[in-house]
Design a protein around this ligand. Structure first.
Ligand SMILES: Nc1ncnc2c1ncn2[C@@H]1O[C@H](COP(=O)(O)OP(=O)(O)OP(=O)(O)O)[C@@H](O)[C@H]1O
Ligand code: SF4
Ligand SMILES: [Mg+2]
Length: 350
């Protein structure tokens, strides 16, 4: 059984999104006669429950955006399954697919990519309502005003064009447009990375407020862990196409099991200076996903790698019902802890 499949059953309520064995490869030509493929996503399982925030973190090139694009239907997986509200998205009827596009909405890093520069923002926010003919024209006008209030955009800005707004305001417009059709899941791909730090905090607060008010689920993609701590319920750490660790946000920060997760935490400038664990510094670059390393994909950069890591791909180990990681050394640590506890409890009862 996969890690994610097991954790789904450990919580109340059916998952809203289930991703199983997702693979996405991009064919490429190498030189005159060669060909190959970029292994961008390699066998990913994850799930998100209604109203839950799952943050997906990892370095540049780990496959986060590719995974996000598959989830929103913008990219077709090479293999694997995506189920939304129990329905296999690939097998859905035309009507089912149209419903899916309403219920799952993307938000991008650069808001300008989703805003037409010539349109006043009122039109951008209204466009999805017009496309799906939601209510009467008067209803749509009222809904645009409501959406502007919801994302904290003063109504007097409605006739402005994107270039007349700040980057933070532009991101609010993009979020309002994404919310227009009442989605249940937002897939936000680095929505604050292009913003100044103070504006980042405002947009993160807005997303937090929205998930509370609208019971929205969120797949929040980020390349560093520092921005996800306060917003997330759970965190999934991605490395070279794989999820290497997943668990509740408090567990991931307090007791990460995978050396890569530990390195990401140690890279946060204000990470707890009193932490007892030895620090791991990430050196070198993420290898090419055209020829991923054998065994554990992290082994060429891992400071605690053992011989087995070069050849054997580590399976997911469950540290408890909600926390798992794919690492031989972490699995051995768990086995040792378990045998010590069992020896101690035998000693106590004898
Ligand atoms: N259309 C494509 N054709 C070929 N390779 C691609 C394509 N899209 C992505 N890739 C490659 O797939 C890998 C994963 O890319 P992806 O953009 O998903 O990573 P990411 O984790 O989102 O990185 P970043 O933090 O830089 O946004 C990278 O090596 C990238 O170059
Ligand atoms: S499996 Fe080995 S190489 Fe991979 S993270 Fe664990 S210790 Fe490091
Ligand atoms: Mg990306």
């Amino acid at each position: 059984m996969t890690d994610q499949a097991s954790t789904v059953n450990d919580h109340d309520g059916a998952p809203l999104l289930e991703v199983e064995g997702l693979v996405k490869r991009f064919p490429i030509r190498r030189g005159l006669f060669g060909s190959g493929s970029v292994h961008a996503v390699e066998g990913v399982d994850l799930h998100i429950r209604p109203g839950e925030v799952l943050s997906l973190v990892g370095e540049s090139g780990s496959g986060k955006s590719t995974l996000g694009a598959c989830v929103t239907g913008m990219s077709k997986p090479t293999a694997g399954r995506i189920r939304f509200a129990g329905e296999d998205v690939a097998l859905a009827s035309r009507r089912g697919r149209a419903q899916f596009r309403r219920r799952v909405q993307p938000v991008f890093q650069d808001p300008r990519s989703s805003l037409d520069p010539r349109w006043p923002i009122e039109r951008t926010i209204r466009e999805p309502l017009d496309a799906y003919r939601v209510g009467s024209p008067a209803d749509r006008t009222a809904r645009v005003a409501e959406l502007m209030d919801l994302v904290g955009l003063p109504r007097h800005l409605s006739a402005r064009q994107p270039r007349q707004l700040s980057r933070g305001q532009q991101q609010r417009v993009a979020i309002a447009a994404a919310l227009a059709l009442g989605p249940e899941l937002l897939v936000a791909d680095e929505p604050v990375s292009a913003l100044d730090v103070s504006v980042q905090a405002q947009i993160l607060n807005l997303l937090d407020e929205l998930r509370n008010r609208l019971k929205l689920a969120l797949l929040f993609i980020a390349h560093d862990l520092s921005v996800v701590e306060h917003l997330s319920d759970r965190v999934a750490v991605m490395y070279l196409g794989r999820i290497v660790e997943t668990g509740p946000v408090e567990r991931i920060f307090a007791s990460p099991e995978h050396p890569y997760t530990r390195a990401l935490i140690d890279a946060i400038p204000h990470a707890d200076p009193g932490r007892k664990m030895s620090r791991i510094r990430l050196t070198g670059e993420i290898p090419s996903p055209v020829n991923p390393p054998s065994g554990c994909r992290f082994h060429p950069r891992c400071p605690v790698a053992i011989e087995q890591c070069r050849t054997v791909d580590p399976p997911q180990t469950h540290f408890d019902q909600t926390h798992s990681a794919a690492c031989h050394v972490a699995a051995a640590g768990l086995a040792q802890r378990t045998s010590t506890i069992s020896a101690l409890s035998k000693g106590a009862t004898s």
